[in-house]
Structure formats: structure tokens, C-alpha cells
Write a protein that binds this ligand. Structure first.
Ligand code: TYM
Length: 338
């Protein structure tokens, strides 16, 4: 059994990715990352994590964090992550993440950590703490523990991925080859889904305007209402362009949900107005999201199954992570007991 797992791991390149259980998942999370995680399962050995230790950097209410951690794990499964095929687990169930982060912190110059834009944004909003500052180092530990080749993320994670690559290269150079240097996998379309209310801002879980964000658990009526209220650009043409950020965002969403090329969508709506376009957009989004929402409600209500999935995931993740951590400890000179 163990041999079988090892040989399948060796055959297929490894994927690692994660999301924070900091609120309900948004359409941005799905389109920028989760949708690709599902597709990549066919060719890669995938490890997907719910990063609760990252989420505690801004001190969420404990009961809410516990709930959202399970919500997020259920949403992974509902979206199509297959627990028989991929590893699904919660970060705090694998102590090696915090352990490796400590070691990697010693390889992170203060200047490099200070440059991280998400740290600056979050510390402006929540007040600076050391956990927020070292957050990207923990993220590097997440990825490097699993020897990931590829990390599917949205555009906003690019800088953190660069730090993970630097840390892997620096450690490998200082000692000897230990970590796989991970490549980011950022989709060409949908890597930055924008707010429906302020199309110059990315769609975010924490937006105070509830009309700005579509959540994966939104009902069809919520989706219709939010798309109807989405801001548009001046003029009335359904045309893609950098000078038309609101419509460009909606056209990208239409393309992703329906699979139809952007040019073909533009053509179909020549002479028609925003109202027609938005009504159809809402329906293609509902068709994409409704099956996920229905499966989510089933899985989330089956606590025993969800618990079993996470237990199995934690076991496998610990096995893989400890293998890397042991190597690291040995290389840096920590004593291993006989
Ligand atoms: P998080 O939880 O903020 O977001 C999860 C994923 O969703 C993507 N995303 C978006 N993509 C397109 N458009 C948007 N509007 C949008 N909003 C979010 C993000 O790029 C991300 O891929 N630090 C990470 C979590 C993390 C992680 C990791 C990721 C911790 N360790 C290791 C990868 C590998 C974060 O806060 O993502």
C-alpha cells in the first residue's frame, strides 16, 4: 500500500495550493484558483489545504473560524476536489508547517519580507503584528514541505510565490538540493476577478458592500440581483477593452462560465443593451454555481464524512510533510534521536 502511494507520487508532478478560511468563498476564489485545482487533478498529484493558521493572523472569532474551516473544506469537495484522488487537509493538523516556517524565517532578509504588499495592506487595516509580517514565510513552508512543482493561484499571490521560490533556491544553495523550486500557475483569464461595484478593485471576501461580491453559496436570486446591480462603463456597447474595465470583467466571467469565446459573445450582443447581457450572464453563472451549492449543502451537513476526509488527509499530509522536515532538520544540524 505504502509502495503504491510512493510510486504514484513519483510518477506525477505535485501540486500544492491553499485558501484561508477567512470568510465564505467568492466567485474570484473559484475562478482564479479552485476551478483549476479541480481540473489539474487529472494530471497531477494534488495536495489542497485549508490554511487556518494563516487566518489567525487577524484574530477571527474562534467559533467563526472553526465553522469557516469546515465550510471551506466542504466547499473544496463540493467544487469537485476528490478526496480519493487528492489530499485535503487543515494546516493546523500538520505541525510541520509551523516548524519549517521557523527554519525558513532564518533565511528571509527583513528587507525582503518588508516588501510584501499584502503585509502592508493588512497591517494598515488590522494593525501590524509579527505573524502578519512572517505570513509569507509560513506560506513558503506550506508549499515547500510537499515538494510542489506547481502552485495554482490567482494573480494576487504572485509576490508570495516569488518569495517561496527564493527561499527554496537559497536553502538549496546554502546546503544542498532539498526543495523543489515551485512554479506559479496563474490562469490567463480570470486571475483577477474584479469587484462588481468598483471594477478597479479585486473582488474580495472582505468587501463591505455585499453587492460587490458573489459568494459560491449565493442563491440564484442573490446572483441575479448582484449582476443586475453591477456597475457598467459609459456607453452601451458590450465590447471588451482596457478602457471598459466593468464590461471586460463581466465578459470574462461570461466566458469562464459558458466556455464561449469573448469575441463570439461580443458578436451575439451587437445591438443589444446591458440589460439583456446581464440577464444572460446571471443565468450562465447560476448554471456553473448551482450544482456546487447543492453539493455543498449535502456535504456540509454530513459531519462524520467531512471529519473522515480531513482525518485521512491529515494522516497523509503529515507523512509527506515530515519526510521533508526530517531532511531539513538533518541538513541544518539538529540532532535526531536514535
Ligand atoms: P486567499 O484565501 O486570499 O485566496 C485563495 C485563492 O483565491 C485567489 N483569489 C482570486 N483569484 C482571482 N480573482 C480574485 N478576485 C481573487 N481573490 C482571491 C487567490 O489568488 C488564491 O489563489 N495567502 C493565500 C493562501 C495561502 C496559499 C498558501 C496559497 C496560504 N498558503 C500556499 C497557495 C499556496 C491567500 O490568502 O489566499
Amino acid at each position: 500500500m505504502a509502495d503504491q502511494t510512493q510510486s504514484s507520487e513519483q510518477k506525477r508532478p505535485i501540486i500544492f495550493s491553499a485558501m484561508q478560511p477567512s470568510s465564505e468563498l467568492t466567485l474570484g476564489n473559484y475562478v482564479g484558483a479552485l476551478k483549476h485545482w479541480v481540473e489539474l487533478q487529472a494530471t497531477y498529484d494534488c495536495v489542497y489545504c485549508v490554511v487556518d493558521e494563516h487566518a489567525v493572523t487577524i484574530h477571527p472569532e474562534p467559533a467563526k473560524l472553526r465553522k469557516q474551516t469546515l465550510d471551506l473544506a466542504a466547499m473544496y469537495v463540493a467544487s469537485g476536489i476528490d478526496p480519493e484522488q487528492s489530499v485535503i487537509f487543515v494546516q493546523s493538523h500538520v505541525p510541520a508547517h509551523a516548524q519549517l516556517a521557523w527554519v525558513l524565517g532564518t533565511f528571509t532578509p527583513m528587507g525582503e519580507a518588508s516588501k510584501m504588499t499584502q503585509y502592508k495592506e493588512k497591517s494598515d487595516k488590522h494593525g501590524a503584528n509579527v505573524g502578519l509580517f512572517t505570513y509569507p514565510v509560513l506560506q513558503a513552508a506550506d508549499i515547500l514541505l510537499y515538494q510542489a512543482n506547481l502552485v495554482p493561484v490567482g494573480e494576487d499571490q504572485k509576490q508570495h510565490l516569488e518569495l517561496s521560490r527564493n527561499l527554496a533556491e537559497r536553502f538549496n544553495h546554502h546546503y544542498s538540493d532539498t526543495f523543489t523550486v515551485p512554479e506559479p500557475h496563474i490562469p490567463k483569464v480570470g486571475a483577477r476577478v474584479m469587484s462588481l461595484q468598483e471594477p478597479e478593485k479585486k473582488m474580495s471576501k472582505s468587501d463591505e458592500n455585499s453587492n460587490a461580491t458573489i459568494f459560491l453559496a449565493d442563491t440564484p436570486d442573490d446572483i441575479r440581483r448582484k449582476i443586475k446591480r453591477a456597475v457598467t462603463d459609459s456607453g452601451s456597447e458590450i465590447r471588451y477593452g482596457a478602457d471598459r474595465p466593468a464590461i471586460a470583467n463581466l465578459l470574462e466571467l461570461y466566458h469562464i462560465a459558458s466556455g464561449e469565446a469573448i469575441g463570439a459573445i461580443e458578436e451575439r450582443f451587437v445591438g443589444k443593451g446591458y440589460g439583456d447581457f446581464k440577464a444572460e450572464l446571471a443565468e450562465v453563472l447560476i448554471a456553473m454555481l448551482s450544482p456546487i451549492r447543492e453539493r455543498y449543502m449535502q456535504i456540509r451537513n454530513d459531519k462524520a464524512t467531512l471529519n473522515d476526509i480531513l482525518k485521512k488527509g491529515a494522516f497523509e499530509a503529515n507523512r509527506r510533510a515530515n519526510r521533508t522536515l526530517r531532511k531539513v532538520y538533518k541538513k541544518i544540524g539538529l540532532v535526531e534521536l536514535e
